[in-house]
Design a protein around this ligand. Structure first.
Ligand code: F6R
Length: 609
């Protein structure tokens, strides 16, 4: 989702700004732009629709040079994907601003600004913000005070950065919602939406808090809170690698990340198991106290992370822990009957999902025994806001569609279920059995990856399809949901998942010889039930594409294609059966020729609600 970078340097800032945008590309965007204050003290702007490479091309044709500048990747919310709507927005030729997030009262402000004689060149809510800052400057306020005054008038959730032609060594930035980080070296200062953009210049950073306004003047940066009081924010050191991501032998980051899963899960498990046991401090120093107080779990997440939560419910309930799983955007606006002893668990690869953050805040307001996040980004907001954190340690995920973070999050959640099982009377033999299975995960994932060639062949059948159904039962219903989500995200084929037993309650009407039906069929307690459901599909002429345990008894025929998944214990089966579905959607997307790593309209880090 939208990304901001800015710099006050003592040499040309354009290289840093462009590299910063490249490093924010993975978040998802549809246009990009930059403003630099040139050596004559004029604002110079370049904006393009499409990839950062387009902007780079434009800058190669007409370079912008200057020591202070701001840049932005835009993910359209208000107004279409056009160059005039791309940021930065400029008011009066002197003031340039970039903004992430949403300004809810933009219509009211726009009306007043019209009346004040200001003209508009875009349909965005951001242009209203730059006009508002300008109006305050006109009244004689200093730039930072004008930004603070503007923030008080804006409703919504946003982060912004602004430069003024009259003050070429200065940049002012502010946060009221989406994250904004400040980085400094001895004589320069930088802002960015996430740490990736700062890494080429520094690992040290400060996280602005809501209401903060920061005034950057080279090495001198002053942060004031919403009341105008000077504050200091903790200086953190990033543990992330500064290397820009490299595709290696793969065609896409998604393919690379699918293949990294054995290593990712091994890294997730590193230091988390001792002998036959899960180490509780993998979840944080306070884990034992909070787990002792936990009576039930409420999992809150979005999208793929929500699917990980649905799988975890099966594990938690198996060990006797009541569990509900909530979509964050629904949870945050619902009334709740809070229950004593609730451990709220958020799941988020980015740690920045606005709905999940707001839902966590709401859950904490209700009163909880503690909060735990399962997350891949140590420096993220959800990690900061939670009592406990289980870091998945699987390295940066660049492909917009989550793959290795999903598998690693499920692994972390299985460890959580084991840690809580001890308090539900499950003996050490049970934990030892599951831990043993968990240790086999990297090898079992590797074996599933060996199916790729066969899956690429299977994918051919989907090249001309507009729809697909995905079926699963038990803990594999969420895996089917995840398979359907992956297929729609990256191949744009409409796909829906059903609990296989639900088929006859409606969706069976969709089935005919043109409808591919994909099912995951591990050899578990529900296999015979699933086989009956699959027969219902066959009887209606549906085409079946099955990922099945060799012992399931499912056999190939003209209308049934079966690919065998090596036998796995049912405790870890959902994690393993994820892989063939990821590979299927990847290969279908290749056939469709879509932008696999950056599917249309989607963002990696969803920082607006
Ligand atoms: C799908 C996908 C999204 C995310 C969702 C939540 O491949 O990645 O559905 O799972 O936007 O994001 P996080 O996990 O960052 O909270």
């Amino acid at each position: 989702m939208c990304g901001i970078v800015g710099a006050v340097r003592n040499s040309d800032a354009s290289g840093f700004l462009l590299e910063g945008l490249r490093r924010l590309e993975y978040r998802g965007y549809d246009s990009a732009g930059v403003v630099i204050i040139n050596q004559d003290g004029d604002l110079e702007r370049a904006r393009t629709v499409g990839k950062v490479a387009e902007l780079e091309h434009a800058l190669n044709q007409a370079p912008l040079m200057g020591m202070t500048g701001i840049a932005h990747t835009r993910w359209a919310t208000h107004g279409g994907v056009t160059e005039p709507n791309a940021h930065p927005h400029i008011c009066n030729g002197t003031l340039a601003l970039v903004c992430n997030g949403i300004v809810e009262n933009h219509e009211t402000l726009r009306q007043k600004q019209h009346e004040a004689g200001l003209a508009f060149t875009s349909q965005t809510d951001t242009e209203v913000v730059v006009h508002q800052v300008y109006l305050h400057l006109q009244k004689g306020l200093d730039l930072a005070d004008a930004v603070r005054a503007t923030m008080k008038e804006l409703e919504g959730s946003f982060a912004l950065a602004v430069v003024h032609a009259g003050e070429p060594d200065r940049l002012v930035a502010a946060r009221q919602g989406p994250p904004l980080l400040l980085g400094r070296t001895d004589d320069e200062s930088f802002i960015a939406s996430d740490i990736n953009a700062l890494l080429p210049v520094t690992r040290q950073y400060q996280v602005l808090e809501n209401g903060d306004v920061v005034d950057l003047r080279g090495a001198n940066c002053l942060i004031k809170d919403r009341t105008g009081v000077v504050v200091d924010r903790l200086v953190r050191t990033s543990s992330q690698s500064g290397d820009s991501a490299d595709l290696g032998e793969y065609r896409h980051f998604m393919q690379k990340e699918i293949h990294e899963q054995p290593r990712a899960v091994a890294d997730t498990l590193e230091g988390r198991l001792r002998g036959d046991q899960v180490l509780e401090d993998s979840f944080g120093r306070e884990a034992t106290r909070i787990f002792d107080a936990t009576r039930q779990v409420c999992i809150i997440a979005c999208g793929t992370s929500y699917h990980a939560g649905l799988v975890a419910r099966h594990w938690l309930e198996y060990v006797g822990v009541p569990c509900e799983v909530e979509v964050a955007s629904e949870y945050r606006y619902r009334r709740h009957a809070s229950r004593e002893g609730t451990l709220v668990v958020t799941i988020s690869q980015s740690g920045e999902t606005a709905d999940t953050l707001a839902a966590l805040e709401e859950a904490k307001r209700q009163g909880v025994a503690g909060s735990l996040v399962v997350c891949n980004v140590p420096e993220s907001s959800l990690v900061r806001e939670s009592d406990l954190a289980f870091m998945t340690h699987c390295g940066p995920e660049i492909g917009v569609a989550s793959t290795k973070t999903f598998v690693s999050a499920m692994t972390g959640l299985l460890l959580l279920a084991l840690a809580l099982s001890r308090r539900r009377g499950f003996d050490s033999g049970f934990e030892a059995h599951v831990v043993h299975q968990i240790r086999t995960l990297p090898a079992a994932l590797e074996s599933a990856l060996g199916m790729e060639t066969a899956i690429a062949n299977m994918a051919q059948a989907f090249g001309d399809k507009q729809n697909a159904l995905f079926l699963g039962r038990g803990a594999h219903f969420p895996i089917a949901m995840e398979g359907a989500l992956k297929l729609k995200e990256i191949s744009y084929i409409h796909a829906e998942a059903y609990a296989a037993g639900e088929l006859k309650h409606g969706p069976l009407a969709l089935v005919d010889e043109r409808m591919p039906v994909v099912a995951v069929a591990p050899n578990d307690l529900l296999i015979e039930k699933l086989k009956s459901n699959l027969e219902e599909v066959r009887a209606r002429g549906g085409r079946l594409y099955l990922f099945a345990d060799p012992a399931s008894g499912l056999i190939e025929s003209e209308d049934v294609q079966v690919l065998h998944v090596a036998p796995v214990d049912s405790a870890i089966a959902p994690i393993i059966y994820t892989v063939p579905l990821q590979l299927l959607s990847y290969h279908v997307a290749l056939i469709k020729g879509t932008d696999v790593d950056k599917p249309r309209n989607l963002a990696k880090s969803v920082t607006v609600e």
